[in-house]
Design a protein around this ligand. Structure first.
Ligand SMILES: Nc1ncnc2c1ncn2[C@@H]1O[C@H](COP(=O)(O)OP(=O)(O)O)[C@@H](O)[C@H]1O
Ligand SMILES: [Mg+2]
Length: 263
């Protein structure tokens, strides 16, 4: 069964979508069957992987409210092991339309369930809010990965997010785990960046990923080419950091098998 990780932080611009795309691409480049699901009406996860809006045959909206099977909404990408269920701005309406639906918090979970064993990893990109779309993602996920920007106010709003996660654990999804905190947009020349790293590591200890994503202009360029960093500039520091993050995750999931002699 695949593992479902949602990338969440209700703050905008902290690197959620960049992380969703490039973590998914890193896992796929290691031949892990990976699905990226876009739950943000901005739709940047699909466009960042080269999908053109006019060519989409369906979006996550159709699964949440249109009754279409998720398998029909899966689109290929340039990477053989990476597929994506995209989103478009009509997903904004879903937030309101879901309110009156039965089992409104479980729509995404029920839609993705039939796909779970087709993938090793399903990565969900969340919108910058704690509304019903994010709630659906948290109810679907096995774990949450929280990107934190290495800047002033990095921790602002984090307690709201952890409170929401706790509420979900108490009710809708008791098995939800914390995957970890990912420090993003680290600028080694800025004192504040080092302070944030120290503070976050001091407080959250081993819940913080070893991999730290640097501020790297190549990462901000590649979405306009519709490519993950690994297909845009594999030698960049940004690419190195997301490959390291992917390895860290995979190591957790499959610790090295003990050496055995083949009979
Ligand atoms: N490590 C990074 N270095 C430089 N620019 C980045 C980095 N991560 C993200 N960005 C840029 O910052 C902006 C916000 O990132 P994004 O991933 O869209 O955040 P979110 O999804 O949390 O709103 C985007 O323009 C993105 O290209
Ligand atoms: Mg985003």
């Amino acid at each position: 069964m695949g593992r479902i990780i949602c990338i969440s932080n209700q703050k905008g611009g902290v690197g959620k979508t960049t992380t969703a795309i490039n973590l998914a691409a890193s896992l796929a480049s290691a031949e892990r069957r990976t699905l990226l699901v876009d739950m943000d009406p901005q739709g940047n996860a699909g466009s960042g992987l080269g999908l053109k809006r006019e060519n989409l045959t369906g979006t996550v909206y159709d699964a949440l409210l249109g009754g279409r099977p998720a398998s029909e909404l899966v689109h290929p990408t340039e990477l053989r092991f990476l597929q994506v269920i995209p989103a478009t701005p009509d997903l904004t309406g879903a937030e309101v339309e879901l309110v009156n639906q039965e089992r409104r918090e479980f729509r995404l979970r029920e839609a993705l369930l039939p796909l779970k064993d087709k993938y090793d990893y399903i990565i969900i990109d969340c919108p910058p809010s704690l509304g019903l779309l994010t709630l659906n993602a948290l109810v679907t996920a096995d774990s949450v990965l929280i990107p934190l920007q290495c800047e002033y106010y990095a921790l602002e709003g984090l307690s709201q997010l952890t409170h929401t996660i706790d509420l979900v654990k108490q009710g809708l999804n008791p098995s939800l785990k914390m995957e970890g905190i990912l420090l993003t947009m680290f600028d080694a020349r800025a004192n504040i960046a080092h302070q944030v790293v120290d503070e976050v590591r001091g407080y959250f200890k081993d819940q913080v990923f070893q991999a730290v994503v640097p501020r790297n202009v190549r990462l901000s360029e590649c979405p306009s080419f519709g490519k993950p960093i690994i297909l845009y500039d594999i030698k960049s520091k940004g690419c190195e950091s997301y490959l390291a993050l992917g390895r860290e995750l995979m190591r957790r999931d499959s610790p090295k098998p003990s050496k055995r002699r083949v009979a």
